[in-house]
Design a protein around this ligand. Structure first.
Ligand code: Z5A
Length: 251
């Protein structure tokens, strides 16, 4: 028997989720959410560069589904549509399987080292895609969050908001000639439900979420994100002395 691990009466080991590890997280956890082509990947990279230059702490950039080798394998299957025929519950289970590994192998260790973790999509994508747009019961999603994510919740979620037509046009232009993935291929109504779902999450959890108008040019979106981070997590982006800036800072 492993020390500290309970056993059943029949002697079998009981699996306890690792988030019961008492070591407190020291870093900040920031997630980026929104529809297709909203500019999340672009802005994750820009914020990471700013944080590395200004905060003196490590910034760990990652994404979901994926972020660890095993989770990346599950990502490939999900984006190929392997789980689609089984419905949104099965898809949510696969996203959760990827998330368990990602949290254990990458996110929690980075937070415990004091790094800032920037994650391109996380639990709100499950709520929006499998829940609001896919029809999965919110009670099931909340139960999955409880056992999979536990206390490792984002400190700040930046919701990049954009009309779905504009986001899909950006994603199509970027991937010209490539086949749309399992989610890009959904009808416009699905993407409209997604946008409404992300905005509803922001209204329900205003202390955690900031909505960013992602329809502007990338520099303007970046500046709005910096403002949100500076006001919500001021330790991460201390004010610069007058006249001091870094390359890439908005004027
Ligand atoms: N999913 C789910 O269903 N359930 C879950 O629990 C999770 C995920 C975690 C992952 O796909 C899919 O998994 C996702 C949801 C689902 N659906 N899809 N598809 P992904 O990771 O491959 O794709 P994505 O997350 O939707 O990201 P994306 O399409 O790559 O978009 P993005 O990261 O938001 O945008 P970008 O790559 O930064 O920019 C897209 C293009 O627009 C690119 O050419 C940029 O240069 C350009 N761009 C960026 N910003 C701007 C501005 N401001 N103006 C103009 N052009 C811009």
């Amino acid at each position: 028997m492993l020390p500290g691990r309970p056993t059943r009466r029949d002697g079998a080991r009981v699996i306890v989720p690792r988030f019961e590890d008492p070591a407190p997280a020291r870093g900040a956890f920031i997630t980026f959410e929104g529809g297709e082509g909203a500019g999340k990947s672009t802005q994750v990279a820009r914020l990471a560069a700013t944080l590395r230059a200004r905060s003196g702490r490590g910034a760990c950039v990652t994404r979901e589904p994926g972020g660890s080798p095993r989770a990346e394998e599950i990502r490939a299957a999900l984006l190929d549509g392997v789980a689609k025929p089984y419905g949104p519950f099965a898809e949510a289970l696969l996203f959760s399987a990827a998330r368990i590994d990602h949290l254990d192998r990458l996110i929690r260790p980075a937070l415990q080292r004091g790094e800032t973790v920037l994650c391109d999509r996380f639990i709100d994508s499950t709520r929006a895609y499998q829940g609001a747009a896919g029809g999965l019961d919110p009670g099931v999603i909340a139960a999955l969050e409880r056992v999979v994510v536990g206390p490792t919740r984002p400190d700040l979620t930046l919701i990049l908001d954009l009309p779905p037509e504009a986001g899909l046009a950006r994603a199509t232009a970027r991937g010209a000639g490539q086949k749309a993935d399992r989610f890009e291929a959904e009808a416009l109504g699905f993407h409209v439900r997604l946008r409404d779902a992300f905005l509803a999450i922001a209204r329900a959890e205003p202390a955690r979420c900031a909505v960013i108008d992602a329809g502007r040019d990338p520099d303007a979106v970046e500046a709005a994100i910096r403002d949100a981070v500076a006001s919500r997590l001021p330790d991460l982006l201390p004010e610069l002395p007058p006249g001091e800036g870094i390359r890439g800072d908005a004027a």
